[in-house]
Design a binder for this molecule. Structure first.
Ligand code: ADP
Ligand code: ADP
Length: 229
């Protein structure tokens, strides 16, 4: 479960990015976070992945009090959540296979187990034939599928996706959504997805949390997109 209680975040420059946020996201939910630029979406993600700590309030993810984690514990915490970004962030000098394997090797999995799991993941994200390709040899849609594969390789309970379809055309975006839905259903992975993509939000209806100027202004089951601008 993800639980935010009275969470506020003020940056050092005095900007109040999040103001008294209260949210509860159950295991296995798939939720969108929407809102205009500057509304606090990225800040929310950074609080969830331990990159930022709140000035007040509590951020709990799977019983970890993320805001109270020691700096040195953050990388260990992150092994248990998957994060996907708009710009993929694959390591350019490693093949797709190696990119996914690397994520498992750093946590000390043995080689045979790593190889088995990477093959499984490549199958799941439909990239088995691209195992030996380098990221720059893949289309955007394929790179994003590889990133998702890497993020879920360690069976995280929670997957955080920051604009995962932001650089993709509508057709490829639908493929990515279908993959995320499959992961959500088959593995009961909780998914929190920040998006600007109104077409996607309207087509794949899910709980939709809308932020505006640091406040939660709407939280609607099977919401659809709320037009701001
Ligand atoms: P969004 O992702 O919805 O565009 P952000 O969370 O990035 O919103 O930003 C919320 C507010 O916090 C904005 O006013 C932004 O300028 C400010 N902000 C974001 N990151 C920082 C930072 N590291 N330092 C200072 N201000 C920041
Ligand atoms: P996808 O449906 O996975 O996004 P595309 O239909 O865009 O893939 O691409 C079809 C084929 O063209 C793929 O096999 C991919 O390897 C190749 N391809 C697409 N874009 C690029 C690129 N920028 N560089 C190299 N190969 C590419």
């Amino acid at each position: 479960m993800i639980l935010l209680e009275n969470v506020s975040k003020e940056y050092r420059n005095g900007v109040h990015a999040l103001k008294n946020i209260n949210l509860q996201i159950e295991d296995g939910e798939f939720v969108y976070v929407i809102g205009p630029t500057g509304s606090g979406k990225s800040t929310l993600i950074k609080l969830l992945d331990g990159e930022e700590i709140p000035n007040s309030g509590t951020v709990m993810v799977e019983n970890v009090d993320v805001g109270k984690l020691k700096h040195s514990r953050v990388p260990i915490y992150r092994r248990n959540i998957g994060v996907v970004f708009q710009d993929y962030r694959l390591l350019p000098s490693l093949t797709i296979f190696e990119n996914i394997a690397f994520a498992l090797e750093v946590i000390g999995e043995d080689k045979a187990k790593v190889r088995r799991r990477v093959r499984e993941v490549l199958e799941l994200v439909s990239l088995s034939e691209k195992a030996k390709a380098f990221p720059n040899e893949l289309s955007g849609g394929q790179q994003q599928r590889a990133t998702i594969g890497r993020a879920i390789a360690n069976h995280p309970k929670v997957l955080i996706a920051d604009e995962p379809t932001g650089n993709l055309d509508p057709e490829k975006s639908i493929e990515i959504m279908e993959l995320l839905e499959k992961i959500n259903k088959d593995q009961n992975t909780t998914i929190v997805m920040v998006t600007h993509d109104s077409t996607i939000v309207d087509r794949f209806k899910k709980r939709t949390i809308a932020l505006e100027e640091g406040f939660v202004v709407a939280d609607i089951m099977k919401g659809g997109y709320i037009q701001h601008d």
